[in-house]
Design a protein around this ligand. Structure first.
Ligand code: AMP
Length: 277
């Protein structure tokens, strides 16, 4: 049954609207190991206190491990950072480069998010020989420059500070293998996209790109179109990871799901039938 589930996770079926609720029922039995994550990562995430992947994790991880570009519509708090951190670390671990340059760049909108992402990477890379660093405005650049002289595999940055250091020729982004744009909707709100575009001129075109946003507006799709190649779209329902970890019956609209047993269905007039106390 698990092999069958794994095939299902890896297939495009997972993103088809009609199969979402069935997917939720099936996925309640999925663990991190079933996502083909390596032991050092599974161990670190288990020690962090997480026993099962969240919806965005089991939806996105197989595609990221397969090297696909991703357009993710997901809100903060759904386990999104781990959804990209774990497979990205696994991909980096697979190859040992013959250079010491930065291999992954994560652009995010605020200092707080940059620090949070760095902390998460630290936690999940506990048993891997990978290093991470965050750089952001609001502090003197001296300490960040000193840290950049050591090996940095994963750089997490706000666009303003990164651009400043690029312009001073302190940072080489030509060896970036994976680029992640986090919370692109907030970047647009804060008018950071012009800086992001300047930064991306320095990043190798031969890369995997993951883009995440809480909403997918026409403007965000336009940004995505210029950056992503044949992306897989992943999205989640707005439910906290805590709620997802508690086994809940999943209720489906009988009109869309004729094969779902009657006990899992509710009248079609119910506006929000996903999780019911
Ligand atoms: P995000 O801001 O989307 O990265 O979500 C972060 C929150 O999700 C943090 O509170 C994490 O502790 C939590 N989280 C991450 N992975 C899991 C998981 N597999 N199960 C439950 N909570 C998780």
């Amino acid at each position: 049954m698990l092999t069958c589930l794994q095939k299902y996770i890896n297939s495009d079926l997972i993103n088809k609207d009609l199969s979402i609720k069935t997917t939720e029922i099936l996925m309640s039995s999925i663990s991190f190991k079933h996502l083909n994550l390596i032991n050092p990562i599974v161990r670190a995430v288990t020690e962090a206190g997480y026993s099962k992947p969240t919806e965005i994790q089991y939806t996105a991880i197989p595609h990221i491990l397969a090297g696909k570009d991703i357009m993710g519509c997901v809100q903060t708090g759904m386990g999104k950072t781990a959804a990209f951190a774990m497979p990205v670390m696994q991909l980096l671990k697979k190859n040992t480069p013959d250079h010491n340059e930065i291999r992954t760049l994560i652009l995010t909108s605020t200092r707080e998010l940059a620090v949070q992402i760095e902390d998460d990477f630290k936690m999940y890379s506990k048993y891997l020989p990978l290093s991470q660093l965050s750089i952001f405005e609001g502090v003197s650049a001296g300490g960040q420059l000193a840290a950049l002289r050591k090996r940095v595999d994963i750089l997490i940055a706000t666009p303003g500070r990164l651009l400043e250091l690029i312009n001073q020729r302190h940072i080489d982004l030509s060896k970036i293998e994976i680029l992640i744009l986090d919370e692109v909707d907030t970047m647009l709100d804060l008018e950071l996209i012009a800086d992001v575009k300047k930064i991306l001129q320095q990043v190798s075109k031969k890369r995997q790109t993951l883009l995440f946003s809480a909403i997918l507006s026409a403007e965000i799709r336009a940004v995505a179109d210029t950056l992503l190649q044949n992306p897989v779209e992943v999205s989640t329902s707005p439910v906290s990871p805590k709620a997802q970890s508690i086994p809940q019956p999943v209720y489906a609209d009988k009109r869309n799901m004729p094969n779902v047993p009657m006990e899992f269905t509710l009248p079609v007039a119910t506006p929000d039938f996903r999780y019911k106390n």
